[in-house]
Design a binder for this molecule. Structure first.
Ligand code: DC
Length: 211
């Protein structure tokens, strides 16, 4: 039996950094599930289609190939918004569920898997023995995202980043299928006043206490 660590939380809460570091420390494989939704969203956006179109988005999710996850435009804000729209479509979520569960049950390295997203502890891997819900205030998350975009040399305006994040939070939390939510047995980690090292230390303590 491999160990599964499920990490959920809103955008820019620091869960990707945390998940990657936990996976490296434990020798587990890591799956960024947001990237899968981004890849589906960008397939539509690149074709000039509406990411909220259920038929086209469902087809794009069923046609998804591993190579699609390597596209270099998936980290953009356009990809984030498109991902959030396709992610609200039940046919898209259904098409992507098997892939995520297969990865969790049979990670390439065979030791364990860390998955991060919005519904890992609630829907994708509800039996995961270790669950973390990582959050931070909207203002802190928007400030982190702004810095990240500026550091990458991308044009970004604070008000626009904040508004985009608020819109995405609302869509991800209020959709009818697999909304962003903490599992009842998740360890809650508020990273508002923690740096990356402090967040990692708190998460790693919890993982050790459950292992
Ligand atoms: O984690 P991220 O910012 O890369 O995710 C992009 C979008 O994908 C997010 O706004 C909602 C969606 N998503 C989801 O619905 N379920 C997941 N498990 C992961 C991401």
């Amino acid at each position: 039996m491999t160990t599964i660590i499920a990490i959920d939380g809103p955008a820019a809460a620091g869960k990707g950094t945390l998940a990657r570091r936990l996976a490296a420390e434990l020798g587990f494989d890591y799956l960024d599930t947001g990237l899968i939704y981004r890849a589906v969203g960008m397939k539509l956006a690149r074709a000039g289609a509406d990411p909220a179109d259920p038929d086209r988005a469902g087809q794009a999710a069923r046609d998804l190939r591993p190579d699609d996850l390597g596209a270099d435009d998936l980290r953009s804000d356009q990809a984030a918004q498109a991902a959030s729209k396709v992610a609200a479509i039940p046919a898209v979520r259904a098409a992507l569920l098997d892939f995520q569960r297969r990865f969790a049950a049979h990670p390439p390295g065979g030791k364990g898997a860390v998955l991060d997203g919005r519904d890992i502890g609630t829907v994708v891997c509800p039996d995961a023995p270790i669950k973390l819900f990582v959050t931070a205030s909207l203002e802190k998350r928007a400030a982190r995202r702004l810095k990240e975009l500026l550091d990458r040399g991308l044009p970004a305006i604070q008000e626009a980043v904040l508004a985009d994040m608020r819109e995405r939070d609302e869509r991800d939390s209020n959709r009818s299928v697999a909304p962003l939510a903490a599992a009842s047995d998740a360890f809650l980690l508020d990273s508002s006043d923690l740096d990356a090292d402090q967040a990692f230390a708190a998460a790693f303590d919890h993982v050790r206490s459950r292992s």
